[in-house]
Design a protein around this ligand. Structure first.
Ligand code: NAG
Ligand code: NAG
Ligand code: NAG
Ligand code: NAG
Ligand code: NAG
Ligand code: NAG
Length: 321
């Protein structure tokens, strides 16, 4: 369990856009048709927080949505999107947290500013961050009344690390109508720390084959990966040049949720930028044992009354049985 109270030096928010997909693999095909993932040969970059053809959304409809800001007094710089999943606990992409200091991090939630208390990073990081989930525990005193939360999608439990359970999701559960929600800007902007981001949403298709099929057909040298991904259209629609495929929503920490149950499946974490057309986005499904372990660590930090541990030393609460 890694609880970060003093994180690494802030390294800046303005990421370089990739002209080429950064995840070329020398062994084309080596990941296809394997039952166990081999994650040693890939690298996925963070999302660039932009959307194309997404619909404006309103916080009053999604009161559980939040923004992560690296300032204690200002609303900028915006770093990523987060979702409230329990009182004082927010879920986002772990890679969003690596560039932040706890002391300077605030969550803008229901128009209120909440100071971060601790970050919980994945206790078992997956090599290429397929399970890239981070949790932010905030100080509780600022929120009056009840917390607006989105419940986790517990309709399917993880049964293997090759995401077979995810590939079978539709059969297990019936129809899943998925949306992604988060704070985005426009494509191809030169980003500054003052950049403004709007809450937007997009209906998406999720699937185990989306990254594998779309990436290997869109980017020369890329083979794609059979991991949870979403895209604005299916592979079939892409082959037919359906205009719906021109839409995109890729923001770090964006909420992937099922509109039928209104439950959160996971957070958007990785993707690749390609100027010519839009590509799928990888997301981390919040249902691994490690995730639940980290979530219970976050709850212990939140519930700590200050008597058990000195502020800033939460590691021991999470290592306790
Ligand atoms: C994963 O890929 C690396 C590099 O190609 C290879 O050395 C390793 O044996 C592979 N592991 C498995 C379990 O296939
Ligand atoms: C969201 O809805 C509220 C209440 O209906 C409204 O006051 C606010 O202007 C809306 N915000 C945006 C960004 O549309
Ligand atoms: C960060 O928080 C700790 C604990 O409250 C405090 O001692 C320290 O002065 C803070 N640092 C900054 C730069 O605010
Ligand atoms: C998933 O696991 C949790 C406990 O870990 C359990 O409460 C829930 O019923 C399980 N869901 C399914 C669909 O089996
Ligand atoms: C945010 O929304 C406002 C109002 O619709 C719009 O004028 C502005 O350009 C949008 N900003 C971004 C960064 O998309
Ligand atoms: C892939 O390479 C071929 C041959 O070099 C080229 O014609 C094609 O446009 C390329 N496709 C993409 C998506 O870059």
């Amino acid at each position: 369990m890694y609880v970060l109270v003093l994180s690494c030096v802030y390294v800046g928010l303005v990421g370089a856009y990739h002209r080429m997909a950064p995840h070329y693999s020398r062994n084309k095909g080596s990941l296809r048709n394997v039952r166990t993932l081999n994650l040693t040969e890939t690298f996925f970059s963070s999302l660039q927080n932009y959307a194309v053809n997404a619909k404006p959304a309103n916080e009053t409809t999604y009161p559980w949505i939040a923004r992560v800001v690296h300032s204690t007094t200002r609303d900028v710089p915006h770093v990523c999107t987060a979702s409230c999943i329990d009182a004082a606990i927010f879920i986002t992409a772990a890679r969003c947290l690596f560039v932040l200091k706890v002391n300077y991090t605030t969550i803008i939630y229901r128009s209120k500013r909440l100071r971060a208390l601790a970050f919980v990073l994945p206790s078992e990081p997956s090599k290429q961050a397929f399970d890239d989930i981070g949790l932010i525990v905030v100080k509780r005193k600022n929120v009056i009344g009840t917390w607006s939360v989105i419940e986790l999608f517990t309709n399917v439990n993880r049964t293997d690390d090759a995401f077979t359970w995810f590939g079978n999701l539709d059969y297990l559960y019936g129809s899943v109508n998925t949306k992604v929600l988060g704070y985005s800007t426009k494509k191809n902007l030169i980003l500054t720390p003052e950049q403004h981001y709007n809450l937007t949403e997009l209906g998406v298709v999720i699937g185990l084959d989306i990254c594998a099929s779309v990436l290997s057909n869109s980017v020369n040298g890329s083979m794609g990966y059979t991991v949870p991904c979403y895209h604005s259209c299916t592979f079939g629609q892409m082959l037919r040049n359906n205009a719906i495929c021109d839409s995109y929503h890729g923001v770090e920490g964006g909420a992937i949720f099922d509109t039928i149950t209104n439950k959160l499946m996971g957070v958007a974490t990785w993707g690749t930028y390609y100027p010519q057309h839009e590509l799928p986005v990888g997301f981390a499904f919040a249902n691994s044992d490690h995730f639940y372990k980290d979530f219970s660590c976050a709850k212990r930090i939140r519930n700590d009354n200050g008597l058990l541990v000195t502020k800033g030393y939460y590691q021991s609460i999470c290592e306790a049985k």
